[in-house]
Write a protein that binds this ligand. Structure first.
Ligand code: ARG
Length: 588
C-alpha cells in the first residue's frame, strides 16, 4: 500500500515553496510548523528568516501569505498573527480526503516504511537462569517489546537478543549439587508448568546454598565446577543445560502471561559468547586497551573514580582467570557488529547499570569494535516504586515476583470488566480480564518516559478514568459497538464534501498525525510518546462522540461519514495499542 503524506507535511511543503517564491534567499528555509491552539497549525519560521534578511517580520509574513494558495484542496485560510507568525486552517475536505486515503490502507494507515533501513540489535527481556523474574525484568521486557514493534513497523531490520544471565559463578554450586543429587530435576509424567519449574529451581537453589554455606568441602568442589564449566567439560555442561532448560520453561510461561512473543533462537545468553571470551581479552591486552593490574585484566577511565579518588577499572578478566559480565558484553558487541552487521546496538537495561555500559562502550570504541558508523545506546529505565515512593517491595520487604504482580492485575481488571460487563459470558470475562490486566501493567510502564521511576499503583492502573489502557480499550470497544449497531446497508464511508464540526476536525487532524507520532516514537525509542498520542486520541474521540450524533446524524451521508471517522479512529487505536503490545478487545 502506498504511504500517505500527512497534512502537516503537505502544509510544510507548501509553505516552503511559498517562502522561496517570496525571497530567493529563503529557499530551503524551514517554516517551522507546529500544531497550535489558535489555528490548526502555526508557522514560526518567518521570524528567523526576517532577522537574516533584515526585513520586517510582519511584512515578510504578509508577502509569504500572498504566495500561499488557499482553497478546499489543502489550506483553507492563512493569516498573519503576532510578531510574524502564520496561522493556518486546513480545509475540511482535505482532512476527510486524507483520512480516507489512510483508511484504504487497512494495515498501515498510510504510515510509510523507511527507504533505507538499518540493522538494530536490541538487547531486552534478559532474566537470569535459576532465578525468579522480578518487577525490574518487567520493564526491560515491556519497553523492549514495544521498541521492537515500533522499529519493525517503520521498516528497520531488527535482531532480538535476550542476554540471559546463564554463566555466573553460582552455577558451580548448583551443578555440583545436582551432580550429587541427580534426580532433583527429573520430571514426572508429562510436561512441567512454568510455576513448577520455578519452584523446582527455587528449592534446589535454597538447599544447595545451605550446603554451600555450611560444608567447606562442598564449597571447594563447587568452586572447581565453575572452572570446569567455563572450560567446557561435557558432563558439567550437560548438567548446566538442565538448569537452562528448566529456567526456559519458566521464562516462557511468564512471557506468555505477558502476552509477548519470545523466540528460542533469540535467546543468546552470556554463555553464548563463551568461545569468544579468551580472544576478546587477548585483543584488548595486545592493543594496550586493557592492562594487567594485580593479576586482573583491567580497562581504566580518567573519569571513573572511586571514593578514594583512584580510578575504578572495568575488570574484563579476574585474577583467578574467570571471565565476568564485562567480558561477555564486550564479546557480544563484536558478535553484533561484525557478524550480525548491526549499525545500532540498543540495550534496554536498568539505569543502575549505566556505568557498566558507559565503560563497556568506551572500551569497545578504543578497541575499534565500535566505529563512528555504529551507535551504541543504553535505553536506561528507572526503578519501579511502591505507593510509598520507595523501591517496590512486598510487605515483608522482599522483591515482588513478576508473576504475582500480573496475577493481581488480572484479578483487579477482571473485577472491573465484570462490573461493566453487559453481555459477556464468564469465559469472556476471564479472557478480557487478562487482556485488560496485562494491558494495564504494560501501559503504566510505557506511558511515562522510560528513564523515569514510576509508581506501581494497581488501583490507578485499572481505573476507567484517566490515562490508562482501560480507558483506551473502552474507547475502542465503544466504537466497535457503534459500528455493530449501524443499520443494515449503512457502511462507514468518507464524504469529503461534508462540512465538519469543530470536534470532527480536531479528531481528524489528530488521527492524521499518527504517522508522525510513530516516526518520532521509533526514532527516539520513546513508546511514551505513542501512549500520550493514543490517550489524546481517545479523549478527542470522546468529545466528538459527545457533540456529534453518529447513528442519528442528519443525513445518511453524514451517518456514513461519522461511522467512517469512528472506524478510522478505531483502527488507529488498534494499531497504536498493538505497537505498545496491548490488546484491544472488540467487546468489553
Ligand atoms: N541479566 C541482567 C539482569 O538481570 C540484564 C542483562 C542486560 N544485558 C546485557 N547485555 N548486559 O540484570
Amino acid at each position: 500500500m502506498a504511504s500517505v503524506t500527512s497534512l502537516s507535511d503537505s502544509v510544510q511543503q507548501h509553505l516552503a515553496s511559498a517562502l522561496s517564491a517570496t525571497r530567493p534567499e529563503a529557499a530551503g528555509a524551514d517554516p517551522l510548523l507546529r500544531r497550535s491552539d489558535r489555528a490548526d497549525y502555526q508557522a514560526n519560521g518567518i521570524l528567523a528568516l526576517a532577522k537574516k534578511a533584515k526585513a520586517n517580520p510582519r511584512e515578510l509574513a504578509a508577502e509569504v501569505v500572498s504566495h500561499v494558495v488557499t482553497g478546499d484542496e489543502l489550506i483553507k485560510d492563512v493569516e498573519v498573527s503576532g510578531p510574524g507568525f502564520l496561522n493556518i486552517t486546513i480545509a475540511d475536505r482535505a482532512i476527510t480526503a486524507n483520512l480516507a486515503a489512510r483508511y484504504a490502507d487497512t494495515e498501515r494507515l498510510g504510515v510509510p516504511v523507511t527507504a533505507h533501513p538499518g540493522t538494530t540489535v536490541i538487547d531486552y527481556a534478559q532474566p537470569n537462569v535459576a532465578k525468579e523474574m522480578h518487577v525490574g525484568h518487567l520493564r526491560s521486557a515491556v519497553i523492549g517489546d514495544s521498541v521492537v514493534q515500533l522499529l519493525e513497523f517503520t521498516g528497520e531490520n531488527v535482531v532480538r537478543r535476550h542476554h540471559i544471565g546463564d554463566w555466573g559463578t553460582q552455577f558451580g554450586m548448583l551443578i555440583q549439587y545436582l551432580d550429587e543429587h541427580p534426580h532433583e530435576l527429573d520430571h514426572k509424567e508429562g510436561e512441567v508448568s512454568g510455576e513448577e519449574a520455578m519452584s523446582n529451581l527455587d528449592r534446589l537453589y535454597k538447599t544447595a546454598r545451605k550446603l554451600f554455606d555450611s560444608d567447606e568441602e562442598f564449597k571447594t568442589r563447587s568452586r572447581r565446577r565453575v572452572v570446569d564449566l567455563q572450560a567446557g567439560d561435557p558432563r558439567t555442561l550437560s548438567i548446566w543445560q538442565k538448569f537452562v532448560d528448566e529456567s526456559k520453561i519458566y521464562f516462557f510461561s511468564v512471557f506468555e502471561k505477558l502476552d509477548m512473543e519470545i523466540q528460542d533462537a533469540d535467546i543468546v545468553g552470556e554463555s553464548g559468547y563463551n568461545d569468544m571470551l579468551a580472544e576478546t581479552c587477548r585483543l584488548l591486552e595486545e592493543s594496550g586497551v586493557a592492562v594487567r593490574s594485580e593479576g586482573a585484566l583491567c580497562v581504566f577511565f580518567e573519569d571513573v573514580l572511586g571514593p578514594d579518588g583512584k580510578q575504578v577499572p572495568l575488570i574484563v578478566q579476574k585474577s583467578d582467570g574467570g571471565y565476568g559480565y564485562a567480558a561477555t558484553d564486550l564479546s557480544a558487541i563484536r558478535d553484533r557488529v561484525f557478524r550480525l552487521k548491526a549499525d545500532t546496538l540498543l540495550y534496554v537495561v536498568d539505569a543502575r547499570q549505566a556505568l557498566h555500559f558507559k565503560m563497556v562502550f568506551e572500551t569497545a570504541r578504543r578497541a575499534g569494535w565500535l566505529g563512528d558508523d555504529v551507535k551504541a545506546i543504553q535505553l536506561a529505565f528507572g526503578t519501579v516504586l511502591g505507593k510509598d515512593g520507595k523501591p517496590f517491595k512486598t510487605r515483608e520487604g522482599e522483591t515482588v515476583k513478576l508473576v504475582d504482580l500480573l496475577d493481581e492485575a488480572i484479578d483487579r481488571a477482571s473485577a472491573v470488566v465484570r462490573e461493566k460487563a453487559q453481555d459477556l459470558s464468564e469465559e469472556e470475562i476471564a479472557e478480557r480480564g487478562t487482556q485488560v490486566g496485562v494491558g494495564a501493567v504494560k501501559y503504566a510502564d510505557l506511558s511515562t518516559s522510560a528513564n523515569r521511576d514510576y509508581k506501581f499503583d494497581l488501583d490507578q492502573m485499572v481505573s476507567l478514568n484517566g490515562d490508562t489502557s482501560v480507558y483506551l480499550q473502552y474507547a475502542y470497544a465503544r466504537i466497535q459497538s457503534i459500528l455493530r449497531k449501524a443499520p443494515e446497508g449503512v457502511r462507514p464511508s468518507a464524504h469529503p464534501e461534508l462540512a465538519l464540526h469543530e470536534a470532527e476536525r480536531a479528531l481528524g487532524l489528530h488521527v492524521d498525525a499518527f504517522a508522525e507520532t510513530v516516526a518520532d516514537a521509533a526514532r527516539e525509542y520513546a513508546p511514551h510518546k505513542l501512549a500520550a498520542y493514543l490517550y489524546q486520541l481517545a479523549s478527542l474521540y470522546t468529545s466528538f462522540y459527545d457533540k456529534c450524533p453518529v447513528l442519528k446524524a442528519e443525513s445518511p451521508d453524514q451517518v456514513a461519514n461519522r461511522l467512517f471517522l469512528c472506524d478510522v479512529t478505531a483502527r488507529t487505536l488498534h494499531r497504536g495499542m498493538a505497537l505498545l503490545g496491548i490488546r484491544t478487545p472488540e467487546r468489553l
